[in-house]
Structures are given as C-alpha cells and as structure tokens.
Design a protein around this ligand. Structure first.
Ligand code: GDD
Ligand code: MN
Length: 413
C-alpha cells in the first residue's frame, strides 16, 4: 500500500531544456490547461515566498481567476524554501512547487518550470518582490492583445531603479553595452535585456532548444525563440525587503559566457560552428589557455636565464620554460577546456596518458611553427607577421589534433 502525499512536489524534468508545444498530453494527467503559468524561481527566499504567493494570487484573482497557475522552482535551498512553499498549497491550490536537486541556476530553473507548465502564456517573476506584481496585469494584457513577448523594463517611461549605487548602475549599463556590441540583433530589440520579469507566448519558445547560462534567461528567449511582436512596460525595480541578492562576480562572467555562446550558435556564425562542426567555444578556451602559457613561459625564462637570477644557458632555460608552459596549459585544458571529456576518464593513469599525448602534439606543433616560419620567408618579409601566422596555424593544429587524440573519449562504458 502506498501512502499518497497530500501535496506532492513536482519532479524536475531532465533532458534537453526545451519547452513543448501545447498538446493535450502536455497538460498532464488532470489535463487542465490554463491561460497563464507564472514561474517563480527561488533560492533562499523563505522569508519572502508566502508574501509573493499571496500578493500574486490577489492580483491575478482580480482578472483571471481559475485560469492561472503559479510554479515555484526552488533549487533545494538550504533554508528549505521549497518546504515553506509546499505548505502553502492547501491555501493556494493553484500553486505548484518543484524542488530541484540535480541542477542549479536561475535560467535553467525558469525553463524547467515552463516545461511542466500548463499555460499558453508563460511568465517569470523574481521571488523577492523586487518586481512589482501590479505590472503583471499590464504584461498579461499586452500578450492578450497580440504581443509574443511582454517585458517589464526599467528603461522606458515609468521605469527605473530605486536606490541603486553608482557602481551597480554602471555595471548594469556596462553589461548592456557589451551585450549590444556582441549581439546587437538580440539585445537591441528591447530596452532592458537584463530584465528577469516578462511574459512570452508558449508558441514563441516551444520547440527551441534553450541553452541558458547563469541569470539572463531573456537573452535566450530573444536569441532562440520566434519572437515577432514585443511590448515593453515600465517598472521600478524595488528594494529587497527580506533575504539577499545572489548576484556575485560569477554572474558577470556567466553573462559574458552566455553572450558568446549565443553569438556563435545563432545567426551567420552558426553555419560555421554548427554545420561545419567546429567547436568554437572550446577553441576560444584553448586559445585563452595558450595565452596563459605565454606568460608562464616568459616568466620561467626570466627566472632561469637572467644574469642576476639563475643565469642558466639560454637554450636550456628556453627548453625548461617551454615544458613548464606545456604543463600549465595541460592542467588548464584538462580542468576547463575539455573538462566534460576529462570527467569521463578520471584517474591518474588516464590523466598521465592525456598529458603525454598533449606534450608530444605540442612539441610537433613547435617544430611545425619553426618550419612554417622559415617557409614564409619566401612570401612575407616582416618577421613578426610571419611569426603571427605561424603561431595561428600552430594553434589550430594543436587544438585540432588534441581534440581528436588527447581528449577523445576512448573508453565506452
Ligand atoms: N531556482 C533558483 N536557482 N532561483 C534563483 C537562483 C538559483 O540558482 N539564483 C537566484 N534565484 C532567484 C532568487 O531567489 C530570486 O527570486 C530571483 O532568482 C532573482 O535573484 P536575485 O539574486 O534577487 O537577483 P537580483 O535582484 O540581484 O537581480 C535581478 O536583476 C535583474 C535586474 O537587473 C535578476 O533577478 C533579474 O531577474 C532582474 O531583472
Ligand atoms: Mn532580487
């Protein structure tokens, strides 16, 4: 005999982050479709969650009673926000709660919530009351009147922030300018691409494989969804009453990562990266690691060869410096560039094997570098241009051969 829990938690979907089309099977067992599903991502919002649910319910009951659902997606908060949310279900039967334990992150939480949603309009709002709930009705109306996407914006009439410091305003605007440079076709479509408060028609995102990193889910919706008409509604980003923001420097790095990923996987560049199978993200990481190797090489060379340091012979110093740099690059590539592959081949023996392959490939690369450099003498007179071309070709060689040999998945479980 099984005991049926009165208010079961939703189980978190796994697999690709893709919202399904609106089909009868998608509506779940009790096949109740609704007009609107609002996801509230939470992490450590114990103090806020009840208030948020209460206020949202009051507001939505005024205009679409019985036609909406609220979905809290909590990432297993240590303050047990999910448990508090779950305890609210008897009082708020349109509330559903998901506790995720396998994944983390604001953007993916939102998509997981949409994946279980039953509404034809999907939305997201922060769980800390910094997004004024009243604006919701205007957003809803905008979608009902034809918009595919309705975004609450701080940068249109009626919008703003309350007491943000100069630094935070500067960082926020800086992030936006950077985004406009990298992805003008995506960020240029709205005044506040950083907004985490918006509604989107299900059919505008259904079927798209979303791949968000970090905080900014709207970028993903704009970049990969099929969005034609957009409406923006001004709102003032309020102060937090309870709890604290989870934004750290990590989110800024994730944001840049997200921009680059979108840049290379959508639009013209996608032809190069996807259809030709070139792993551009890995290549960029590999290149950055290579740069770090140049610094290591130079530094070691300095400490070994300078007359006032160890004063070793120049060639010997250079060989050691080169080898230390190769070692440095291997560590970073193994832990970062190819981390996903290395994860499947743990253990010192495997790692040593990868290192030896990497080492040999890089040494061949070095020889190649010298050969190209001297061959170019017939075409290009300038030594530094020759060197640059030789380095570029060697980097591609090193990358490609290492990709195929050193970090190849060799053991099938
Ligand atoms: N499930 C889940 N997982 N929720 C999270 C996570 C996470 O890893 N990190 C944060 N959240 C939830 C928070 O609990 C909150 O409800 C919401 O996401 C926003 O997080 P905050 O940490 O409060 O963000 P903020 O207020 O500093 O930043 C906001 O800035 C933008 C404006 O610049 C973002 O929330 C955006 O939504 C907002 O538009
Ligand atoms: Mn907040």
């Amino acid at each position: 005999m099984s005991i049926i829990e009165p208010n079961p938690l939703l189980s978190a979907p796994n697999g690709p982050l893709r919202v399904c089309e609106f089909t009868p099977t998608a509506a779940g067992k009790n096949n109740s479709f609704v007009l609107f599903s609002l996801v509230i991502p939470t992490y450590k919002e114990r103090e806020n969650i009840k208030n948020v649910v209460k206020i949202l319910t009051q507001i939505l009951n005024q205009s679409i009673p019985g036609e909406y659902e609220l979905i809290v997606v909590d990432d297993n908060s240590p303050d047990r926000t999910w448990e508090v949310a779950q305890s609210l279900i008897p009082e708020f039967p349109h509330l559903r709660v998901m506790r995720r334990t396998q994944e983390r992150g604001l953007s993916s939480a939102v998509v997981r919530g949409w994946q279980v949603a039953r509404g034809q309009i999907l939305g997201v709002i922060d769980g800390d009351l910094q997004h004024p709930p009243e604006v919701l009705l205007q957003l809803l109306r905008a979608v009902e009147e034809g918009a595919d996407l309705a975004v609450a914006s701080r940068h249109v009439d009626g919008g703003g922030v309350t007491t943000w410091s100069f630094i935070r305003r500067f960082l926020s605007r800086g992030a936006q300018v950077l985004g406009l440079v990298i992805l003008p076709g995506v960020l240029g479509r709205v005044s506040d691409p950083m907004s985490g408060y918006f509604l989107v028609r299900r059919c505008a995102v259904a079927g798209a494989l979303l791949s968000p990193v970090g905080y900014k889910i709207l970028l993903e919706v704009l970049g990969r969804g099929n969005i034609r008409e957009i409406t923006e509604i001004g709102y003032v980003f309020c102060e937090r009453q309870e709890g604290e923001s989870k934004v750290t420097w990590k989110q800024y790095l994730e944001y840049i990562h997200h921009l680059l990923r979108l840049r290379f996987s959508t639009g013209h560049l996608a032809i190069f990266t996807q259809h030709m199978g070139f792993p551009i993200g890995r290549f960029i990481r590999f290149g950055l690691v290579g740069l770090s190797g140049v610094f290591v090489d130079m530094t070691v060379l300095y400490f070994l060869s300078e007359p006032h340091t160890l004063a070793l012979p120049e060639t010997l110093s250079k060989i050691i410096a080169g080898e230390v740099a190769i070692f440095n690059n291997f560590l970073w590539n193994d832990a970062w560039t190819f981390a996903d592959v290395a994860m499947h081949q743990r253990g010192w023996h495997q790692r040593l094997k990868r290192f030896l392959k990497f080492n040999v490939i890089c040494l061949v690369g070095l020889a190649l570098n010298v050969v190209i450099f001297s061959l170019l003498r017939f075409i290009i007179p300038n030594r530094y241009i020759k060197n640059l071309i030789a380095i570029a070709i060697t980097t591609i060689w090193n990358f490609w051969v290492n990709l195929k040999l050193s970090w190849r998945v060799t053991e099938v479980k």
